[in-house]
Design a protein around this ligand. Sequence first.
Ligand code: G6P
Ligand code: MG
Length: 210
Amino acid sequence: TMKGAIFDLDGVIVDTAKYHYLAWRSLARRLGFEFTEADNERLKGVSRMESLRILLEVGGAIATEEEREEMAADKNREYVEYISKLEPSEILPGARDYLLQLRGRGVKIALGSASKNAGFILSRLGIAELFDAVIDGTKVSKAKPDPEVFLAASAALGLPPSECVVFEDAEAGVQAGKAAGCRVVGIGDPNILAAADLVVSGLHELAAKK
Ligand code: G6P
Ligand code: MG
């Protein structure tokens, strides 16, 4: 049985991918190339600097380390403008209900996200207090598919990974959860998330109907 639940943020609890996309696209346009939504798929679950590396590769652009730092900071400033307007109504369907139901069953809850903006997003959505632990991009250095973030999250809950279930929408995130020794519920396309133990279209499928 599940004693701990570890949730990815982007694409599982809130759809911030669209804001990441808008901010990356404006950077690409300033650099003189287009960045499509299909290209953006490659950035899901990927850290900020690795995302930038992929974007520059797509545009065939070359930048020094210093220029990269500046580009990433510019992108993040624009992204933070978008997420500053996030409201509790933007929580994905069923996510809040499911968190509340798990808490009611005594399941411990952690966040396991690559984002350095995770804490801010949880507070904008008004759900920060539903988490017993928050492991985000400020606390880990190895990006998914490395299991670091989920190992840290289960440790923070005081549980072995085998008693934790990871909820993930990204292929790299599913791999990270399995590598950590957790069971993994994929959120999204069963073809892309084939390595998960179970795939659902969203947390609304798991939240018991009221
Ligand atoms: C999540 C998202 C990625 C994003 C990463 C870093 O994993 O899925 O698209 O690049 O977080 O986010 P940050 O807010 O730190 O730039
Ligand atoms: Mg995600």
